[in-house]
Design a protein around this ligand. Structure first.
Ligand SMILES: *[C@@H]1O[C@H](CO)[C@@H](O)[C@H](O)[C@H]1NC(C)=O
Ligand SMILES: *[C@@H]1O[C@H](CO)[C@@H](O)[C@H](O)[C@H]1NC(C)=O
Length: 439
């Protein structure tokens, strides 16, 4: 009796095994069949017809200005370097330098590994926590480089089937992120809410059509900058948010230039307009702007941010941020919180520079007045080649006089900082004015 019972159990346990075996057999034979399914001729033909395309379309390269940049000599007392982003002069701050040095003594210079493997040190967690608290959002994720923050974060969410609304003057790094996602980009005119609405409307009609045909629905994103690096203009966030709600679009804001700058306490463009930060899906920021360190971060709700720890390529596959740079950021953040008057001082300087530059004949200012990023173009209309050659001449003239400006697509860019004395502002104005005489 006992024997019979144990025998039947033995046989019973064989049944699931057999089933698994049969399923495996089916799957394996199917795979093999499919491999055999493509005839050799077809493969040969595909190889014959394959025409490798260049990774970058040579007709599409926009920046045709190849003028070599002159290197500022900062030990020269006459040198005025306005290429450098140093809003609160944290690059020259001794306290920050000392705290970074102390950190090197404790942790060494590098973390030597990606965050997910062996590159996470307590100070990374501390900084992430601090940034999330500062921005009053649930969670922050830290990247090792500002450029890759934007490029990776976009790639972590947007997929091939998604529609992505993008401002036509978005930063180069965001464009790289978009290139990697292969999503369907829809460019709208710079800061033009009407153009954006028209484009969102046409996509929503497309969506309705897809829904009727029971096709898979796609997602919609918009990517904007707080202050645009290309024009120095602040985005019209409240209007854009209204459109996002109306058309159900997720919004990502790149605050590379506006984090630590806009708003009374430096929380960026959301604080500047007094909008609720929870309405924004994700804010991407840089530690390289106002804080004068290196690296970048994204803040948002935990469910959104957590996703990047497995799918943000720059997070997963780069060595983590060196601990002393985390310390420098923490120290700079402390200073910014202790001295909110820094932020209003920078605003005052930015406005006075704007006033000085707006009196300049021959130039047009593109930026918003409180933005510390100033972008100047030539007022007179020139052909593209002529404009580039004239801007290059002005650039070289100013650099020879010790005034270093940044060359951008449309003209010249400069960054204000909070300790800019009036004589320096006059000097910028006079040099730019003199430069016009040589073209
Ligand atoms: C930079 O300027 C300093 C002070 O004028 C000068 O001594 C030095 O030679 C300059 N360096 C270069 C590389 O031109
Ligand atoms: C903004 O983008 C448009 C379209 O690509 C371009 O024509 C314009 O020159 C850009 N403006 C600046 C300041 O880069």
């Amino acid at each position: 009796m006992v024997n019979l019972y144990s025998d039947s159990v033995k046989y019973l346990s064989l049944i699931p095994l057999t089933i698994v075996f049969i399923i495996l057999l089916i799957v394996l034979t199917k795979k093999r069949n499919r491999k055999q399914g493509i005839p050799q001729e077809v493969i040969e033909e595909r190889i014959r017809n394959f025409q490798p395309k260049p990774l970058i379309d040579p007709d599409n390269i926009v920046n045709d200005n190849t003028l070599e940049r002159l290197q500022p000599n900062e030990s020269d007392p006459d040198c005025l370097n306005l290429v450098k982003v140093n809003y609160y002069c944290f690059l020259d701050n001794l306290d920050i330098r000392r705290s970074a040095e102390t950190c090197i003594k404790k942790y060494g210079v590098g973390s030597c590994g990606p965050r997910g493997f062996y590159g996470t040190i307590d100070i990374h967690l501390l900084l992430e926590d601090r940034l999330a608290k500062f921005m009053q959002m649930e969670e922050a994720v830290l990247y090792s480089y500002g450029f890759s923050t934007i490029a990776s974060a976009i790639g972590a969410y947007c997929k091939k089937s998604d529609y992505i609304f993008v401002d036509e003057n978005i930063s180069f790094c965001a464009k790289q992120g978009l290139l990697a996602t292969k999503g369907r980009e829809i460019y709208f005119k710079h800061n033009d809410v009407n153009d954006l609405e028209a484009k969102m409307h046409s996509i929503s009609q497309l969506e309705d059509k897809d829904k009727n045909q029971k096709k898979k629905i796609f997602r919609k994103f918009i990517i904007i900058e707080g202050i645009y690096g290309a024009t120095g203009q602040i985005c019209p966030l409240p209007e854009i948010l209204t459109l996002c709600k109306k058309y159900k679009v997720r919004i990502f804001i790149d605050e590379t230039y506006s984090f630590g700058v806009l708003g009374t306490t430096g929380k960026g463009v959301t604080e500047h307009f007094g909008v609720d930060r929870s309405e924004v899906d994700m804010i991407m920021g840089s530690l390289e702007g106002a804080l004068g360190s290196i690296g970048g971060f994204c803040v948002g709700a935990s469910v959104i941010i957590e996703h990047q720890r497995l799918s943000g390529l720059g997070y997963c596959f780069s060595a983590s941020l060196p601990p002393f740079l985390c310390q420098a950021s923490l120290c700079a953040l402390d200073k910014l919180e202790q001295c909110p008057e820094y932020i209003s001082t920078l605003k005052d300087v930015s406005v006075s520079v704007n006033n000085a530059l707006s009196n300049l004949k021959g130039y047009t200012i593109l930026n918003s007045d409180i933005s510390p990023v100033k972008v100047l173009t030539l007022s007179k209309s020139f052909s593209r080649e002529e404009r580039i050659s004239n801007v290059n001449k002005i650039y070289t003239y100013c650099a020879q006089k010790g005034l270093y400006l940044d060359l951008v697509d449309m003209g010249l860019r400069l960054h204000c900082h909070m300790q800019m004395p009036d004589p320096a502002i006059d000097r910028i104005k006079d040099t730019l004015s003199d430069a016009l005489k040589i073209i």
